[in-house]
Each structure stands twice: as C-alpha cells, then as structure tokens.
Design a protein around this ligand. Structure first.
Ligand SMILES: [Zn+2]
Length: 211
C-alpha cells in the first residue's frame, strides 16, 4: 500500500490550512496539528495530558520532549495507517530529528508565495464583529463596504492582520523554517509548490508530486 506521510511547510497566508483539508479528504489521511494534539491530550486526563494542561494554562510553550511523546502517541493510532499530514510540526531541527526516529516521511511540501502576495491577502482580510464571517476587501468584498452581508454587523481588521504584525510573523516564520527547508532538501524529500494562485492549483501540483 502506498503511504502518504506528509509534512506541510508554509507561511501564514499561503493557504496551507485549506489545502491540508483538501489533501486529507482526497487521500483519506488525518490532518494532525500539535494544537489539536495538545487540546485532546488535555481533555483525556492521562498523565501526559494533565502535564500539558498545566503548561497550557500557565501560558508556557509545551517543551520538545513532551511534544514529541504526544506526536509519537498520535502517529501510533490506527487512522494513520495510510499516512498523515503534519501541520505546524516539526518546527525545529531537534524536533525533525526526533520525528525521524518515530516514522519515515515521504514528502515535505513547501508552499512558496511572494511576500507582497501574503501581505495583500492578509492585510485585506476583514472579520464581522458579530458573527465572525470573513471577507476580503478586493477578493471577497461585502455588498456594502464595512458591513456583513449575513448579519449586518460591522467589519473590522484583526491586529494580527495589520501590516507591521504580518511582517513580524513572516520574519519569525522565515527564521524558524529556513533551517528545516534546508534539512529536508538535503534529505531529498522536499518538494516546492507555487501557492500564490489558489488552493486548486496547489492541489494540482501536490497531486503530481504524490503520484
Ligand atoms: Zn456577520
């Protein structure tokens, strides 16, 4: 049986979340993020879980050894038989090395998109203050500027979507991820895609890589 054990790497605004959902559906494999793993563990009441819960409640970062134990536990579940999509993990070379002791990885998909396009996508985002609906000033504008089509609520821009904040997030991402890109490129399993067009085009490229 062919397996799809995948890692997705991509900056905020690259459409990674949407594409991950499409991959999960097409290849029938679970999308695994450390955020979900932490929340599930905290709910489970296991010993590891209660450690995670205490750390999250204190607002600290979950340490590497604990994260890796939880990822290992998750990857041992039956729904990963055909593979999985790791999103947001690994973040560091240390994590990547530990992961390689747990499982093989078939492909690392690296989402490429120009900085200006990310800024355009994220800075144009507007959110309804009442129902949470998401708009975009040029790509998906409401019928009346600044007003939600669904509930008539006022639209606003999240602080995270302001240009200075986007720049900051991109700098953090690049600093953190460049070493990982090189790490997986050296191993010969890194595949670059152009994610500046739309999710369908990203899927088309990923389909070719995985076939
Ligand atoms: Zn609304």
């Amino acid at each position: 049986m062919k397996k799809y054990r995948l890692i997705l790497l991509g900056p905020p605004g690259a459409g990674k979340g949407t594409v991950a959902k499409k991959i999960a559906e097409k290849y029938q494999i679970p999308q695994i993020s450390t955020g979900d793993i932490f929340r599930e563990a905290a709910k489970s009441g296991s010993e590891l879980g209660s450690r995670v819960k205490r750390i999250m409640e204190s607002g600290e970062l979950v340490p590497d050894d604990l994260t890796i134990s939880l990822v290992k536990e998750r990857l041992g579940k039956k729904d990963t038989e055909r593979g999985f999509i790791l999103d947001g993990f690994p973040r560091t070379i240390i994590q990547a090395d530990s992961l390689s002791e747990i499982t093989s990885i078939d492909a690392v998909i690296n989402f490429n998109i120009p900085r200006e396009e990310i800024i355009r996508r994220l800075s144009g985002r507007r959110i309804c203050s009442q129902c949470g609906a998401i708009y975009h000033v040029t790509d998906f504008p409401p019928k009346v500027e600044g007003i939600c089509d669904i509930c008539g609520g006022k639209l606003y821009q999240r602080d995270d979507d302001k240009i200075e904040s986007i720049e900051k997030r991109l700098n953090v991402y690049e600093k953190q991820t460049l070493p990982l890109i090189e790490y997986y490129r050296t191993k010969g399993i890194l595949y670059d895609i152009d994610s500046s067009v739309n999710p369908d085009y990203s899927m088309e490229q990923i389909g070719k890589i995985l076939s």
